[in-house]
Design a protein around this ligand. Structure first.
Ligand code: SF4
Ligand code: SF4
Length: 394
């Protein structure tokens, strides 16, 4: 996985095609939204806002932080075109989710444009998360025709040598830059995604300037979840203190730009935002902070889910809990009834300090990091330095 398919909560590759936040202290994170989005389905289940769909696991790159540990050869068991279309038919039953066509490298799926056009015909908004290296003039044109609204491209350093080292492919940076140019030529919006590690923390301003120079619609930073190939990157995972610093920096930095910035897979940014806004005397409301004000840090299983190339539904790409398979159970039933999803929606069952934190409802901690670093997804977020003021539940 070259991108950040696990956790693109809101703002996401699909977010905000409708313009810049303009003048507000923080950008709105929702496409063309005029007000807070609808939160509940008729039966009280949360609306599904975003689905990351791994349409294939095959990939042409071998990135160090790949969740999927993808390779170029085809993986057995991928949904057929008919099965994929049948799945698309069910998406509108759980809201009007934005569909992120991801991988692997989604462009390596032969019928990907057919599926996007089909989803579009059902009224769904479609975005794509290719790694950028395969995009040429022809494929950019096909994306545009199929109805892709935005592409996210992962860039982890402002210069080729560092980025290529991280991506495990010489020439990946230049290829992505060419891909971006083709997207621009075809009139497709793009955003850059950057995974935060100890290696690139000091390059952040340069990466941001690259986003501005390229004309990106948004810049999303992602906090590494150490699993898959990323387990080998343990030493590159930033500490809880560095995490706190980077998110505080991000809060300040947002005020200096009109570009849409989003801290993703960094649930406690929602705590920091509230702490800092209180200090600044700014009310945390939709007008001032867009979706960050009405949303939650970790949306896995709450407003977002991941569907694997074989149809397994998970809270996110980094949290490989089997919540059901769309080939056996209709997707809306999984969304409404999976016990894992019900757990994730119930703060009462969270353990450790996340279980008695006054910010639990707006943050939630990263459940995938809890799973991979603490042994269970309901345990406390390992990379949060906050000590809740509320007493632990008995
Ligand atoms: S569990 Fe972690 S990686 Fe997954 S959606 Fe939540 S914050 Fe993102
Ligand atoms: S303790 Fe848990 S819920 Fe509270 S801010 Fe930290 S990660 Fe979020």
């Amino acid at each position: 996985m070259h991108g950040h398919k696990g956790c693109p909560p809101e703002g996401h590759p699909g977010g905000h095609p409708g313009g810049k936040p303009g003048g507000r202290p923080h950008g709105k994170g929702h496409p063309g939204a005029d007000g807070p989005p609808k939160m509940k389905l008729e039966d009280g289940s949360p609306v599904c806002r975003l689905v990351a769909w791994e349409v294939t696991r095959s990939c042409n790159l071998a990135c160090k932080h790949c969740r999927a540990e993808a390779h170029p050869e085809p993986y057995p068991g991928e949904l057929s075109t008919e099965q994929a279309k049948a799945l698309i038919d069910t998406f509108p039953e759980v809201g009007n989710p934005i569909i992120i066509f991801t991988g692997g490298e989604p462009m390596m799926r032969h019928d990907v444009y057919e599926l996007i056009a089909y989803a579009k015909s059902k009224g769904l908004r479609c975005v794509m998360a290719p790694n950028g290296t395969l995009i040429d003039a022809e494929s950019a044109k096909r994306m545009k025709e199929a109805g892709v609204e935005r592409c996210s491209i992962s860039i982890d350093a402002p210069e080729a040598a560092q980025h290529d080292e991280f991506r495990g492919e010489k020439g990946a940076f230049e290829a992505s830059m060419r891909g971006i140019q083709h997207l621009k030529d075809a009139g497709i919006e793009f955003q850059l995604n950057t995974t935060v590690t100890k290696n690139n923390l000091h390059l952040f301003k340069d990466i941001f300037q690259l986003c501005e120079r390229l004309g990106a619609s948004a810049w999303h930073i992602f906090l590494l979840v150490p699993m898959g190939r990323a387990e080998e990157l343990g030493a590159e995972v930033i500490s809880a203190e560095e995490y706190e610093d980077v998110l505080n920096w991000f809060y300040d930095f947002q005020k200096t730009t009109n570009m849409q910035l989003k801290a993703t897979c960094a649930p406690h940014y929602h705590r920091i935002l509230r702490q800092r806004a209180k200090e600044d005397g700014i009310p945390v409301n939709f007008e001032n902070f867009g979706l960050d004000a009405v949303s939650r840090g970790c949306l896995g299983g709450v407003g977002f889910c991941f569907i694997s190339h074989r149809g397994q539904v998970q809270p996110c790409g980094y949290l490989e809990l089997d919540c059901g398979n769309v080939l056996k159970t209709p997707f809306p039933e999984i969304w409404r009834k999976s016990q894992h999803f019900l757990n994730l929606r119930n703060p009462e069952v969270y353990e450790g300090k996340c279980g008695h934190c006054e910010y639990e409802r707006v943050c939630g901690g990263c459940r995938a990091r809890a799973e991979s670093m603490k042994g269970h997804y309901l345990k406390e977020e390992p990379l949060c330095s906050y000590q809740p003021k509320k007493k632990p539940r008995k």
